[in-house]
Design a binder for this molecule. Structure first.
Ligand code: GTP
Ligand code: MG
Length: 376
């Protein structure tokens, strides 16, 4: 059998080599990049990371391929549990083009649909129901938050609504936002806002879209384009309908029966209730009592609230909820997942803390100049 070399094994497991080395050393070894790993130990490490070790000779599929196969199997098995889920939408655009007004108008359309009197709490995201279908909106202050989340690998958004003021047309931040949406490969809906103002020019905006290779549907392109006037509440219904249409095309699905996981939208400390985090569930169902790990933080879900401030017992895919019971404030964009129990969550969070501390020490210790140790 060929030897299991640290460097290759780390690659096969998708781990950073130093992470694997530290794990091996914790288990009492003295591993370095080119060390060989004992098969029994390798099996354990692989298992811990959810892999099945299978040693193959050169040219045959190795650990990685085997692992991929296993994962695919899981996906296939899961497909029968997949049910459609609401889209997660964010609104992007140039300053003052009406992002906030549009969010408000959409929220109002929802209130008019029967939730009158409900006091909406700002939790960073909210969900509306339109003709029996839900849509989650991220209440982001702009594309800065959007790209921050993306930088963390958290692609929580399915659809980006690009707001373009009908009088101004495309502006620098419109283009920047468009670039972000395209890089994130999210579906695009263009809302041409301020259609009520003097100087509104829908055709000019459409021409600008065409120049940017996102020609509107009625110009032979594929981009859904909806003229609106946010402050007048005009066109809001069709915008929502178009978002739902786009969601249908995307066939968004999730398995509500899986272990819960998702993304942190924002977090803060409440004087009375301690750290709070608004999360969006992406997979599975999050329930009160669940144990969560999120980077170096963990939680035992004590209580959850929806965007109406109501106590909820569970949250299904795409639902935004505010969670109480955290050990600290997880960062926005961080991924959380449910684990067996609170002890496991705490253990995993501590491991991550340790790893972060080590990484920090390691980078602090990186010599700017050649040190005495290096010379010897
Ligand atoms: P920032 O958050 O600062 O980037 O701005 P924003 O994109 O959220 O724009 P906001 O919703 O704050 O709107 C900016 C200004 O445009 C406000 O004075 C709004 O009242 C006005 N406005 C927004 N939508 C419309 C519209 O459809 N028609 C008219 N006439 N004014 C609008
Ligand atoms: Mg705003």
């Amino acid at each position: 059998k060929p030897p299991i070399v640290v460097r290759d094994f780390a690659t096969a497991l998708g781990l950073k080599p130093f992470r694997l080395i530290s794990e091996l050393n914790q288990a009492g070894g003295f591993a370095s990049m080119n060390s060989n790993i004992d098969e029994a130990i390798a099996t354990k490490v692989a298992e811990k990371h959810g892999f099945l070790l299978e040693i193959k000779h050169r040219g045959e599929p190795g650990v990685q391929q085997q692992a991929q196969k296993k994962e695919k199997q899981v996906e296939e098995d899961e497909s029968k549990f997949l049910v459609s889920r609401p889209p997660v939408v964010c609104i992007l655009g140039h300053v003052d083009h009406g992002k906030t007004s549009l969010l408000d108008a959409i929220r109002k359309a929802n209130v008019a649909a029967g939730e009158a009197g409900g006091i909406t709490q700002h939790i960073g995201a909210y969900q509306i129901e339109y003709q029996g279908r839900k849509i989650t909106f991220l209440d982001t202050p702009g594309h800065a938050a959007f790209s921050k989340m993306r930088a963390r690998g958290a692609n929580v958004t399915d659809i980006a609504v690009l707001v373009v003021a009908a009088d101004d047309g495309f502006m620098p931040q419109t283009d920047e936002a468009l670039k972000h949406a395209q890089n994130a490969k999210v579906a695009l809906v263009v809302a041409v806002n301020k259609m009520d103002v003097k100087g509104a020019n829908l055709d000019q905006v459409k021409a600008q879209m065409q120049q940017r290779n996102i020609a509107p549907e009625d110009w032979g392109g594929e981009t859904i384009t909806v003229p609106v006037a946010a402050t007048k509440g005009q066109g809001i219904d069709s915008l929502i309908e178009m978002i739902l249409l786009q969601a249908d095309v995307l066939e968004l699905k999730a398995n509500p029966k899986a272990e819960a996981s998702g993304v942190v939208i924002e977090s803060q400390v409440d004087v009375g209730r301690g750290p709070l985090a608004t999360v969006i569930v992406q997979r599975g169902t999050l329930r009160v009592g669940d144990a969560l790990v999120c980077g170096a933080c963990y939680a035992r879900v004590r209580a959850m609230f929806n965007d109406q401030g109501e106590n909820v017992k569970e949250a299904t895919p795409a639902a935004p909820v505010r969670v109480i019971g955290w050990s600290g404030t997880p960062e926005s964009g961080a991924i959380f997942k449910a684990v067996k129990n609170a002890r496991e969550a705490e253990k995993l969070a501590e491991e991550e803390q340790l790893r972060l501390r080590k990484a920090a020490t390691a980078s602090d210790a990186t010599p700017k100049e050649v040190s005495v140790e290096q010379l010897f």
